[in-house]
Design a protein around this ligand. Structure first.
Ligand SMILES: [Zn+2]
Length: 308
């Protein structure tokens, strides 16, 4: 066997999960680089390998090595290539044409957000079904690490169901404050971004001309002993306040100030004594259920709030 032939076989094997390479063709390309361009064979291999990494849409050589299989809530930094074994627990409507699917996947560690893109051209995941997802990459934003599928992701449907652990937390307390960037907010409309924009600008994409409106409350709850921060999404905010996204937009237009929505919401919700439930992402409890609370001594909280 020639030296180039052996290297060609190794390259084909190395990229077998990502590209359909032909040993003959790779061998020919290597020979051409070595014979005609007089590159040392190692140099020729390195050159072809970096082309293939690009062709495969991989960000670096690290993505090639076989990944660790991890729990969905284990990764804690951006850009980690991993395999996960999960059940799809929720799918919601993407807010951008570039997104094929967005939702939650879970395993024993609880749930995490995932997204897949139209350009990746992957088979659709079904809610309630379990899958082995190989070669997914983590995406960190605002301290939250979520899962991105990409065109190198391999999806295997699993017969056995992956059990999803309960990472729900509860808190009983009085809603003592709402934080800025509550009420009617604008999100970046750039593909796959959704960052909250400040003064018309996205920290990543600059000026945003056609922002996506969203409604939420970032609330602070106090039970007299400790506080917690919680986020009510659009649906939960509408339930809690009776104000829909359309109504919020109308209020903002009428007052010519999005801040008017936050003021109105504050009047409606502050001082309410609630039991809230949901998964926790960093400092925020993401409320997916709430009701009146009967556990908290509201006088104690009132005394404490008054003393601040
Ligand atoms: Zn953006």
């Amino acid at each position: 066997m020639t030296a180039t032939r052996q290297h060609a076989e190794e390259l084909v094997e190395e990229f077998s999960d990502h590209l359909e390479l032909d040993v003959e063709e790779v061998d020919e390309q290597l020979s051409e680089l070595v014979d005609e361009y007089t590159l040392p064979v190692e140099e020729a291999v390195r050159s072809l390998r970096s082309n293939y990494i690009e062709d495969a849409g991989l960000e670096s050589e690290d993505a090639l090595s076989s990944n660790d299989e991890v729990l969905v809530n284990e990764p804690d930094e951006d850009g980690q290539w991993v395999d996960i074994r999960v059940t799809v627990t929720d799918l919601w409507t993407p807010n951008s044409d570039s997104i094929a699917q967005v939702g939650l996947v879970g395993d024993e560690s609880g749930e995490n957000k995932f997204v897949s893109f139209e350009t990746s051209d992957l088979p659709e995941l079904e809610e309630g079904e379990s899958y082995l997802l190989e070669n997914v990459v983590t995406d960190e934003y605002d301290g939250n690490v979520s899962i991105k599928l990409n065109r190198t992701t391999e999806i295997t449907h699993l017969e056995e169901s992956v059990e999803v652990g309960d990472d729900t937390e509860e808190f009983d307390g009085v809603l003592i404050d709402i934080q800025s960037a509550s009420g009617l907010i604008k999100r970046c409309s750039h593909d796959d971004c959704t960052r909250v924009i400040d003064s018309g600008r996205c920290s990543e994409h600059g000026t945003v001309d056609d922002p996506i409106f969203d409604l939420r409350i970032k609330a602070v709850f106090d039970n007299g002993l400790e506080t917690t921060e919680a986020i009510f999404n659009e649906e939960m905010t509408e339930q809690l306040t009776g104000i829909s996204l359309e109504e919020a937009t109308a209020i903002a237009e009428e007052k010519m100030d999005t801040g008017a929505v936050m003021d109105e919401i504050f009047e409606l919700v502050h001082g309410r004594n609630l039991h809230i439930e949901g998964p926790r992402y960093n400092e925020y409890l993401l409320v997916d259920e709430y009701g009146p609370s009967h556990e908290v001594d509201t006088t104690a909280v009132a005394d404490k709030v008054r003393s601040i």
